[in-house]
Design a protein around this ligand. Structure first.
Ligand code: ADP
Length: 395
């Protein structure tokens, strides 16, 4: 069974085709600069060189048509007819309080996603355009939506509400939603598998550390708290997002710079970039730190300290922790980050064996064999979750 997974951004479209009989990736690709000069499609059939097509791609409908054409290409395609495509799964950023799990796309679901657009004005409209483009090209193929927010819908009200006047929740839906839910769900389930224990017996803290980063507290398989909030801005120090700041800092900067510019400053010019004054990419910041750059060292320390604080907070929130998971670009690849985050957590029952920590991008336990709390690196795979949910829900 072949399933196409789509992640549509405002000017991009990422895709993967899975053979769900063995969960292998047949092809993947990226359409960039949709509606902008210099648009292109990069398509890679597994085991072959990537093929880049530079052509005018004015909108998502044209992008989808181009992707489908690549899937049928005699050389780099992966099917002879689009009838082989059993279903399409979409990553959708925000489902508000509408959905606590993935759903098959129906007109009613589309209406609900449109209602969520004010909550994610940059992302949801693009996700909706992607679904509509597939509907236009493949009207008979079932589609499934998988939401970044869904996994976090189990948070209790005292964790998801903000202590601001109630009407902002009841009228404007202002509350903590959390993001990266698909990743937190995948790595926590995999963690339970690796430990050979049912989710119902585990308290897990998952650290998704990428350009955007979040931590989640998962008690008996249910998310009970997470560090991102109404938007992906709060929580950890990220590549260019500020993470937690005193809310008055926002009003202070807004008075100086105006609301729009403040939004840009806090989302695009802060985090590692803002502090290091060098880059929002951790590799550059780590290089700087290794060369003795004081600002890079400070940025690195701030990031790892923010992760450590959330681990402590979530262990307290759950009354303990059995496993800590590192995932995503930084979590999977940066041994220094993992070391700096876990140093000093012995009081929680974490005993590290740093000789096991020097590797990148693999699934491995990095705590000592006799550590009460297991520390594990698990590469995330959001696309596979989307493909699995699509297989389960489309028919
Ligand atoms: P996104 O949130 O865009 O999906 P990723 O999960 O791909 O981000 O993570 C990107 C981050 O991972 C960047 O900060 C990058 O520097 C970091 N990263 C990737 N490889 C390494 C590495 N070898 N060492 C340190 N950091 C790395």
């Amino acid at each position: 069974m072949k399933i196409l997974v789509i992640n549509c951004g405002s000017s991009s479209l990422k895709y993967q085709v899975f053979d769900m009989d063995n969960e292998s990736v047949l092809a993947k690709g990226l359409v960039e600069r949709i509606g902008i000069e210099g648009s292109r499609l990069k398509h890679t059939k597994t085991g072959m060189e990537a093929v880049v097509t530079e052509t005018s791609i004015p909108d998502h409908k044209v992008a989808v048509d181009l992707v489908l054409k690549s899937l049928l290409d005699p050389k780099v395609g992966v099917m002879t007819s689009l009838d082989e495509l059993a279903a399409v799964g979409h990553r959708v950023v925000h489902a508000g309080e509408e959905f606590a799990c993935s759903v098959k796309i129906t007109p009613a679901v589309m209406d609900a996603l449109k209602r969520c657009c004010p909550l994610a004005p940059l992302h949801n409209p693009a996700n909706i355009i992607g679904i509509e483009a597939i509907t236009a090209a493949l009207p008979k193929v079932p589609q499934v939506g998988v939401f970044d927010t869904a996994f976090h819908q189990t948070m209790p009200d005292y964790a998801f509400r903000y202590a601001i006047p109630e009407k902002y929740y009841t009228e404007d839906h202002v509350r903590r939603y959390g993001f990266h839910g698909t990743s937190h769900r995948f790595v926590s389930a995999r963690c339970a598998e690796l430990l050979g224990k049912p989710m119902s017996e585990l308290k897990i803290i998952t650290c998704h550390l990428g350009n955007g980063s979040s931590v989640a507290a998962i008690d008996q398989g249910k998310c009970v708290d997470t560090s991102m909030g109404f938007t992906p801005l709060p929580g950890l120090v990220m590549g260019t997002r500020c993470g937690d700041v005193d809310p008055s800092v926002v009003t202070f900067i807004a008075q100086k710079e105006g609301v729009e510019k403040t939004d840009k400053i806090l989302n695009k010019e802060s985090g590692l970039l803002g502090v290091s004054c060098v880059s929002g990419d951790l590799r550059d910041v780590e290089d700087g730190m290794n060369k003795g750059d004081a600002k890079c060292t400070l940025a690195f320390k701030m990031l790892t300290y923010s992760v450590k604080k959330y681990i402590g907070a979530y262990a307290a929130a759950m009354g303990g922790v059995d496993a800590i998971v590192f995932t995503a670009g930084i979590g999977e690849n940066s041994a220094t980050t993992r070391k700096m985050v876990t140093e000093g957590l012995e009081f929680l029952g974490v005993k590290m064996d740093y000789s096991k920590n020097n590797f990148r991008g693999e699934e491995r336990v990095i705590s000592a064999d006799d550590s009460k709390v297991k520390v594990i690196v698990i590469p995330t795979n959001e696309e596979l979750v989307i493909a699995r949910d699509t297989k389960e829900l489309a028919f």
